[in-house]
Write a protein that binds this ligand. Structure first.
Ligand SMILES: [Zn+2]
Length: 378
């Protein structure tokens, strides 16, 4: 789970699993069920990566909101380690990054052009940290097999959850000037990355509007967020699903403006706690561009991008062309890097940990390389 927090008015921060029947350009392969050993490991799960594959999304679950899972290791077709968890705390030393995620684990690779993949027999060993209790998960692989160009299209399922107070529903959304301004601003931010918003499908939320129009979360419990993402909303499978809600209410009192599953999200997979993202509309009428910034930032998390530098500067993304803002830049002694301290070191990037409107507006070639490879993009 990753989120954006409002500070002083600025923004801070399915397929059906029945075999290779996914959308054209996707090869969907069920991997079967795996039960973890007492150490929490699934053991090697074989992956047969088809020729021409540009990205792989493996996902396993569900295992509950009180349990974290991650990739323990990934081996390529030569048997060499493509990733191992021994580097988990020193991302600079590894060619990819994998988060610790509750309930459902999506793993996406490659996440850097420095470490592209090849076809053949790979394997992944997942770790479900359930305290020694054997846990059974179902896993599936999605291989993106259509070509990746210099421009990619992301279709959106925009789900409107209890927004009658704004006069906003599936019948009015396409003509709502503020919502369209938000989408347009997000499009501008993604243009550096060669990512284009394609078809937008507007959907009225059919589930429990009373429960989900205000999403309640806390530092230790994001189950309401995850449950919303599990809802069947219809729409297009090869797309990114964005739930627009009234508000995300954080128990700490912080104003959270957006939340994305992951990174990465379970792209093209429906019915999991990692199947989309949530954006609040609290500021839609006053500041539609901020909504657009949230959509662009959180959407990029969903599609596989990390912050250029994390909040304290101790962890960097796995991309070589993004600026780094390290702990050494923290000159005021507080607990995080602010935009002034990171000027010229990533504060102007959409994936700065605390992006701001009119400041954080750039993306790099490597970020675009990752975004355009995602299975949800075509
Ligand atoms: Zn973020």
């Amino acid at each position: 789970m990753t989120w954006l927090i409002a500070m002083l008015g600025l923004v801070a921060c399915g397929n059906n699993g029945t075999g290779d029947t996914g959308a054209a350009g996707l090869d969907v392969q069920p991997l079967g069920s795996y039960t973890t050993d007492t150490g929490g490991l699934t053991g090697n799960i074989p992956l047969e990566i088809p020729d021409g594959t540009s990205s792989v999304l493996v996902h396993c679950g569900d295992y509950g909101y009180d349990v974290l899972g991650t990739a323990w290791d990934i081996k390529d077709s030569s048997g060499a380690y493509y990733y191992t968890n021994q580097y988990h705390d020193a991302y600079a030393a590894t060619q990819m990054r994998v988060g610790n995620l509750d309930d459902h684990l999506p793993v996406l690779f490659p996440v850097s052009p420095d470490h592209d993949i090849s076809s053949g027999s790979w394997s992944i060993n997942a770790w479900i940290a359930s305290g020694g209790t054997p846990t059974t998960v179902d896993c599936e692989a999605i291989y993106r097999t259509d070509p990746v160009g210099s421009s990619g299209t992301i279709d959106l399922n925009v789900v409107l959850v209890g927004l009658d107070g704004l006069g906003l529903d599936a019948s009015t959304a396409a003509d709502d000037a503020d919502l369209q301004a938000a989408l347009s601003y997000a499009q501008d931010l993604w243009s550096d990355a060669g990512l284009v918003i394609g078809n937008v499908t507007y959907l009225d939320f059919k589930g429990n509007v009373d429960r989900y129009s205000v999403v309640d979360i806390s530092d230790t419990d994001a189950s309401e967020f995850g449950d919303l993402l599990k809802q069947d909303v219809g729409g297009t499978t090869r797309a990114m699903t964005v739930f627009f809600v009234q508000e995300i209410a954080d128990a700490s009192g912080a104003t959270v403006l957006g939340l994305a599953a992951g990174p990465p999200g379970a792209a093209t997979v429906t019915g999991t706690s990692k199947s989309g993202m949530v954006v609040t509309t609290a500021d839609l009428r006053d500041a539609p561009n901020e909504i657009g910034l949230i959509l662009a930032h959180e959407g990029a998390h969903f599609l596989g991008l990390f912050h250029t530098s994390e909040k304290t500067g101790d962890v960097q993304d796995p991309l070589s062309d993004t600026p780094e803002c390290t702990e050494a830049s923290n000159t005021d002694g507080n607990s995080y890097l602010d935009r002034d301290e990171c000027a010229g070191k990533g504060a102007d990037n959409v994936m700065f940990w605390a992006p701001a409107i009119d400041i954080s507006s750039t993306m790099t070639a490597d970020q675009g390389w990752v975004l355009r490879r995602n299975p949800a993009v075509h």
